[in-house]
Design a protein around this ligand. Structure first.
Ligand SMILES: [Zn+2]
Length: 213
């Protein structure tokens, strides 16, 4: 199997929705903003104990930054590496401070409590990988621009991504990866409309080594 053949394993996540996939340790995934200016909320849960999850707060603590850069790792609530940041073909701006959008936020923004939202889309996506949970972890908001001002106030800018911008992450343990195409359209952070995100399973190191031996 070539890497190109493996790349056939792609999922398009429509705007205003989310998807979950099972990913083996060593596998790389590419997350692409297809049309540009679209935030992708990223979550990861450990398969052997899904209560252990990618933790935004401990990732900030471990990296010493607001969000990891290429070469750094995302960690769980037990400080175990769960994802490694392999490449960043985007403006390199991500967010780990803001919660997922949810009915309360959309109501406050004027979209109404029944508006599509990342909170509910996360819960729906977890069911598709066989999990039952009512709890939503804090996400990593790929491509979201959240400037932190000297007075401590936070901005909420339009995502600076162009069509095709992407990141590649490597799973460091068997995990469930959940990605939602953020539903906020009442303000400009997604360009005023939620558009698709592509999730591609690129590579399994074990398979690759076997095929080339
Ligand atoms: Zn959202």
């Amino acid at each position: 199997m070539t890497l190109e053949a493996a790349e056939a394993n792609a999922i398009e996540i429509p705007g205003y929705s989310g998807r979950g996939v099972s990913v083996k340790a060593g596998t790389r995934v590419r997350i692409t903003d297809i049309e540009g200016a679209q935030i992708a909320d990223l979550f990861a849960l450990v398969q052997s104990d899904p209560a252990e999850h990618l933790c935004a707060a401990r990732t900030r603590l471990t990296c010493g930054r607001l969000f990891p850069v290429v070469g750094q790792q995302f960690v769980t609530d037990k400080y175990r590496p769960i994802l490694t940041f392999i490449s960043d073909q985007s403006p390199g701006v991500h967010d780990s401070l803001y919660a997922t959008c949810d009915p309360g936020l959309h109501e406050a923004l004027g979209g109404g409590a029944s508006h599509a939202n990342c909170h509910d889309n996360y819960l729906t996506a977890t069911k598709t990988v066989g999990l039952e949970t009512a709890w939503v972890p804090a996400p990593i908001n790929l491509f979201q621009s959240t400037p932190v001002h000297p007075d401590g106030s936070l901005g909420a800018e339009k995502a600076p991504t162009k069509p095709g911008d992407n990141v590649v992450l490597q799973a460091e343990m068997d995990l469930y990866l959940i990605v939602t195409a953020c539903s906020v359209d009442e303000i400009d952070i997604n360009g005023g409309i939620s558009t698709p995100i592509r999730l591609e399973i690129l590579e399994d190191k074990g398979q690759d080594q076997t095929c080339h031996s």
